[in-house]
Design a protein around this ligand. Structure first.
Ligand code: AMP
Ligand code: GLY
Length: 432
């Protein structure tokens, strides 16, 4: 079987790596991919959002399954385009992807179906004065979010009302996100611990992967600017069996049912961003795809053929497939370029990758690299996802394995957080 993976980050490298282990996969293509992915897949130089070109490539090359990594092509309707001509593709349709593409839609949907989430109000640009009034009447912290896709920058947790008013002004007056910010969701701040849960679904049946935790901020201790994610680990003990049961009953099942009722049957991976407060999960956000870097920690834990699993989401029948997990924990530490998430330099030579061996339980997923004269150089903000897989009951050991690998890899200006997974270790100590 020929498979095409769309995207170019660490998530896509992890998808390619896992799919490649399937005995049924004969050849893997990745569009556009990166230099690390090129070790496993044939790169295709088509951008991830060029729906028509991707369709043409898949049709011409008789791709049996296309797997979409990032949200942009999904929100643009790549699944509808492929399915219209009978091509098999893993991901939600355009109307289903609105769960990520429009925060206003997602919030109204949750309200209608009684799915637990932060209280909110929605305002369009023409309701600027009402929105300001609303902020004035609430206590900080207040969360202000742009309705549309804003590359992960559209949600701002404001510590004061003044800050919330400023953010609103940036959306409505300065149009910093253009159309995506012309409607705003203003919501209540939720206290608690965040976790990410991936639901693989064919629209009615589903399987839930191991819960993970991302580390969104640039500095240790969750301080500093928001990034695309500086590291992840799984399974995340904050999502206990009891929490997961609530997630299934109070969130996953009503979401899938509600989306069917709305005529927006949701297929593919539903990323449920959770806030867990005293054992009660609420939805922070939905994404219509695997999370990154979470996927780099979650996919290695799947004990089974990912091609079978993803195909069963596209074709139907995921509910009758057993998805097993290794009795293991995984920790992914992101190595980034100095300056990220602001300006940074690229083209720095990466050394030490040859010292990392799969036999030691470590795999390095590339997020942004290219090759110059046969060696890898940096090509973006987040460069590598160094992922260790270790014993499930020894998260601390897995963390140490990840960091000992990180220390063997160098490039000029390499930056990483030194506390990835630490939140999870506390739970192990609590249990003792
Ligand atoms: P979002 O783009 O909706 O995922 O928001 C980005 C980040 O902002 C989340 O991962 C949370 O850390 C934070 N956040 C968003 N909404 C809330 C909320 N209602 N309460 C607390 N934190 C939030
Ligand atoms: N790690 C957060 C995201 O993928 O949206």
């Amino acid at each position: 079987m020929k498979v095409l993976v769309i995207g170019s980050g660490g998530r896509e490298h992890a998808l390619v790596w896992k799919l490649k282990q399937s005995p049924r996969v004969k050849e893997i293509f990745c569009a556009p991919g990166n230099a690390g992915i090129a070790e496993l897949a044939t790169l295709v130089s088509i951008q991830a959002d060029d729906v028509e070109e991707l369709f043409r490539f898949a049709a011409k090359n008789r791709i049996a399954l296309t797997v979409v990594g990032p949200e942009v092509p999904l929100v643009k309707g790549i699944v509808d385009r492929f399915e219209r001509d009978g091509l098999k593709i893993f991901g939600p349709s355009k109307r289903a992807a609105e769960l990520e593409g429009s925060k206003a839609f997602a919030k109204q949907f949750m309200k209608k179906y009684g799915i637990p989430t932060a209280g909110f109000e929605i305002f369009s640009k023409s309701q600027f004065a009402e929105a300001e009034n609303f902020i004035q009447q609430h206590v900080a912290p207040i969360v202000v979010k742009a309705d549309g896709l804003a590359a992960g920058k559209g949600a701002v947790v404001c510590q004061t009302r003044t800050e919330a008013l400023n953010v609103l002004g940036e959306f409505f007056r300065k149009n910093i996100f253009g159309e995506a910010g012309s409607t705003a969701v203003i919501e209540e701040f939720m206290q608690g611990e965040e976790a990410s849960v991936f639901v693989l679904t064919d629209g009615s049946g589903y399987r839930i992967l191991q819960p993970a935790q991302d580390h969104k901020q640039i500095l240790d201790g969750d301080r500093g600017k928001n990034t695309g994610g500086m590291g992840a680990y799984a399974p995340a003990p904050v999502v206990t069996k009891a929490v997961l049961k609530r997630v299934e009953e109070e969130i996953v099942q009503p979401v899938l049912r509600g989306m069917r009722e709305e005529g927006r049957t949701y297929k593919g991976c539903l990323y449920v961003g959770l806030m867990v407060t005293s054992g009660r999960p609420k939805v922070v956000e939905f994404n219509c795809r695997f999370g990154d870097p979470e996927a780099q920690a979650v996919l290695p834990l799947v004990d089974g053929d990912l091609l079978d699993i993803l195909s069963a989401c596209a074709d139907g029948g995921i509910g009758s497939i057993e998805v097993k997990f290794h009795d293991a924990s995984a920790v992914c530490v992101v190595m980034a370029s100095r300056g990220y998430p602001d300006a940074y330099e690229t083209g720095k030579a990466i050394h030490g990758l040859e010292n990392i061996r799969a036999e030691d339980g470590v795999v390095v997923f590339h997020a942004a690299t290219r090759k110059e004269n046969e060696s890898f150089v940096t090509a973006g903000g987040r460069v590598l996802g160094v992922t260790a897989i270790g014993y499930r009951n020894d998260l601390e050991g897995t963390i140490n394995a990840a960091y000992s690998a990180v220390k063997r890899i160098t490039f000029d200006g390499a930056y990483y957080r030194s506390d990835i997974g630490k939140k999870g270790v506390q739970y192990f100590h609590l249990k003792e």
